[in-house]
Design a protein around this ligand. Structure first.
Ligand code: KG4
Ligand code: ZN
Length: 337
C-alpha cells in the first residue's frame, strides 16, 4: 500500500459519485451516476429531484466503487465528502453518508471543498501540485486562483453574476438547444461565423480578475427577434468566441501579473475546444504553459474530490463530524484576499 485508502463521496449537484484512492496518486475506483437526463426536461437542475435521487443511489454507487477497488468498507481508512459549495439538499446526502460510514466504522471523516476538487484536477494522480494560476470554469463557478501548492490558495477573482458554464446553458436554452448547453453550443458553433455578431467582452479590460457573463446572455436575447433559425450557428459561434476570449485573456494576464508560468484549467467548460485553441495560442505568445484536466475529470466526479481530500489528509488536515455544509463559495479556503 502506498498510503491510506480514502473513499470520497460527491453529491453537490446532479451527479452521485464515489471514488477510492490509495495514497494521493493511485485511483482504485471511480463511479459517476449522472442524473442529467432527469433534469434535461426542466432545462436545468431541480434541487429536490437531485437530492431524492442521490438518496436513492448513494449506497449502490458506494457498493460499485468498492467492487472496483477490490476491497470492502472495512478496509477504508478515511471517509471524505464534499460539504460545499453546491445545492444544500444535495450536499447533505453525500456528506451525511460519508459521516455515517465514518461514525459506524469508527474512522475519520474529512470535509472537502468541491472547488478545490476542480482546481487540483489538472494534477490528478501527481504527488505534488506546482505553483500556477488555476482557472475553474464550471456550471456553477468561474474563478481565477493563485495556487502556491495543495491547500495554499489565493482567490484572485470570480464571476460577479453567471458562471461561464451557466452562460452556455442559459444561451442554449434561449436558442432552443438542449441541456447541458455547452456541448450543444460548441457543436452548432462549428458551422458558424464567430465574427458575424458583435457581442460584449464584459470586463475583459476591467484591470481586475473578476468576470461577468450575464450581459452577454442579455445581448444574445436582444438579438433573437432580429434573427432566424438560419442564424443560430453564427450566434453560437459569436457567443462562444466572446466567452472564450475573455476567459483566455484574463487567465493569461493574471499569470503574467503573478509571475506564474503555468495555467491549470478545470471544470466542464474546459472541454470546449475553442477555449483550448485560444488559450493555448495566447499562453504560448507569452511563454506560458497550459495544463488541462483530462476530459473525464472536467465534469463533476468523485475522483477529483478524492485527490483533493488525499492531499489535505497528507497535509494533516482533519474534520469534525459536526462539520456543516456550505452552499456558497464563501468558505475559508477561498476567502478573497
Ligand atoms: O464542471 P461541471 O460539471 O459543472 C459544475 O460543477 O458546476 O460542468 C458542467 C458545465 C455545464 O454548464 C456545461 O454546459 C459546461 O460545463 N460544458 C461546456 C462544454 N461541455 C460542458 N461548456 C462549453 N463547451 C463544452 N464543450
Ligand atoms: Zn463542479
Amino acid at each position: 500500500m502506498s498510503g491510506p485508502l480514502l473513499l470520497a463521496l460527491e453529491t453537490s449537484c446532479d451527479e452521485t459519485a464515489a471514488a477510492v484512492i490509495e495514497g494521493v496518486s493511485r485511483l482504485r475506483g471511480s463511479v459517476v451516476a449522472s442524473q442529467a437526463d432527469l433534469h434535461a426536461k426542466y432545462g436545468g437542475v431541480v434541487p429536490e429531484v437531485a437530492s431524492r435521487n442521490h438518496l436513492a443511489h448513494v449506497r449502490g454507487v458506494v457498493d460499485e466503487v468498492l467492487a472496483q477497488s477490490g476491497g470492502g468498507l472495512g478496509e477504508i481508512d478515511v471517509f471524505a465528502g464534499t460539504t460545499g459549495p453546491g445545492l444544500a439538499s444535495a450536499l447533505l446526502v453525500g456528506a451525511s453518508a460519508a459521516k455515517g460510514f465514518a461514525l459506524a466504522l469508527d474512522k475519520p471523516f474529512l470535509a472537502v471543498n468541491h472547488i478545490e476538487g476542480h482546481l487540483l484536477s489538472p494534477f490528478f494522480g501527481e504527488e505534488t501540485v506546482p505553483e500556477c494560476i488555476g482557472l475553474v470554469v464550471s456550471g456553477g463557478h468561474t474563478l481565477l486562483v493563485d495556487i502556491e501548492g495543495a491547500g495554499r490558495y489565493r482567490l484572485l477573482g470570480r464571476t460577479l453574476d453567471d458562471a461561464a458554464g451557466e452562460a452556455f446553458d442559459k444561451v442554449a436554452k434561449l436558442l432552443g438547444l438542449g441541456y447541458p448547453g455547452g456541448p450543444e453550443i460548441e457543436a452548432e458553433a462549428r458551422a458558424g461565423a464567430a465574427g458575424r455578431f458583435e457581442l460584449p467582452r464584459s470586463m475583459k479590460c476591467s484591470g481586475d480578475d473578476d468576470f461577468s457573463f450575464s450581459g452577454l446572455k442579455t445581448a444574445v436575447r436582444y438579438l433573437l427577434p432580429k434573427t432566424s433559425a438560419a442564424d443560430r450557428a453564427d450566434l453560437c459561434a459569436s457567443f462562444q468566441e466572446a466567452v472564450v476570449e475573455v476567459l483566455a485573456s484574463k487567465a493569461v494576464r493574471a499569470a503574467a501579473r503573478r509571475g506564474r508560468k503555468l495555467i491549470a484549467v478545470s471544470g466542464g467548460v474546459g472541454l470546449n475546444r475553442r477555449l483550448r485553441e485560444v488559450l493555448e495560442a495566447e499562453a504560448a505568445g507569452r511563454g506560458l504553459e497550459v495544463r488541462w484536466a483530462e476530459p473525464w475529470l472536467c465534469t463533476d466526479n468523485a475522483a477529483m474530490v478524492a485527490y483533493a481530500a488525499a492531499q489535505r489528509w497528507r497535509a494533516g488536515v482533519r474534520s469534525s463530524l459536526a462539520e456543516d455544509i456550505f452552499p456558497t463559495l464563501g468558505a475559508d479556503l477561498f476567502a478573497k484576499s
